[in-house]
Design a protein around this ligand. Structure first.
Ligand code: 5GP
Length: 236
């Protein structure tokens, strides 16, 4: 595996070429980073639990008809995926107020929205992933008008499916970040879906189960990711 060419190293994942140009290998590392890489720590076991949660969720979504890059698990911390030409935007959907929107609009934490709020962000670490709108995306050529419509529809559908999946297991999907790319021109869900990129609370107690435990230094990060996995029935 170490002989494979590293294509990309992100904050929590590394992507490798394989012998098959139609297959890439993703390594979910144990690193956790917050505040655009200002705080980085090793959280033993995070890579493995995120790899398993991501596999479970991606397979669930594929079964529901969502096109994803996911092929299959390839060991405790690795998965195989299709190569995508990624669109440089993040799609964030919010069911309740937390994080960025609480700061930006000064609204009470946990405020429930009558309809989910959708936001685009430009993926650019140097700029701190600024919020952008459809006009920026089209003018700067980051995606077409049709791809924008499809990203919003797919994000809304994924949000509805995962909100229900989690609600049935006593959890609230507060918000969610998705990234898309093109697979032979077809808009496809890429990146990962794990507690690193969404907010999940316990329905009753509103206890934080996601990466905000790391951002807010609440401790027991991996233990709470494992709690999510256990409730979802993710195979150990
Ligand atoms: P916020 O805008 O409130 O900081 O984030 C909204 C949602 O998107 C949260 O669930 C957060 O975890 C996710 N998110 C936003 N940007 C990033 C990012 O760069 N990396 C990851 N892993 N998640 C992000």
């Amino acid at each position: 595996m170490s002989a494979e060419k590293l294509l990309y190293k992100g904050k929590a994942k590394s992507m490798y070429e394989t012998a098959d140009p139609r297959v890439l290998r993703v390594w979910f590392r144990d690193e956790a980073s917050a505040f655009n890489g200002v705080r980085v720590e090793q959280l033993p076991g995070k890579g493995e639990i995120n790899n398993k949660i991501n596999a479970f969720v991606m397979q669930f979504l594929a079964n529901e008809g969502i096109p994803t890059h996911f092929i299959g698990l390839d060991g405790p911390e690795h998965s195989l995926v299709r190569p995508l030409k990624m669109l440089p935007v993040e799609c964030v959907i919010r069911n309740r107020a937390a994080g960025g929107i609480v700061k930006r609009l000064q609204m009470p934490l946990g405020t429930e929205f009558s309809t989910p709020i959708f936001e685009f962000f430009y993926k650019n670490d140097a700029l701190g992933d600024p919020m952008v709108n459809e006009s920026h995306i089209i003018t700067f050529g980051w995606a077409t008008a049709e791809q924008i419509v499809d990203m919003k529809l797919l994000t809304q559908r994924v949000n509805a499916l995962l909100s229900k999946l989690l609600a049935d297991k006593g959890m609230i999907l507060v918000d969610l970040k998705l990234e898309f790319g093109l697979n032979d021109g077809m808009l496809t869900l890429g990146d990962e879906i794990s507690p690193d990129g969404c907010r999940i609370w316990d329905s009753e107690t509103k206890k934080i189960l996601d990466k905000d435990r790391f951002r807010q230094e609440l401790g027991e990060v991996v233990e709470h990711y494992r709690e999510i996995a256990k409730r979802l029935g993710v195979p150990a």
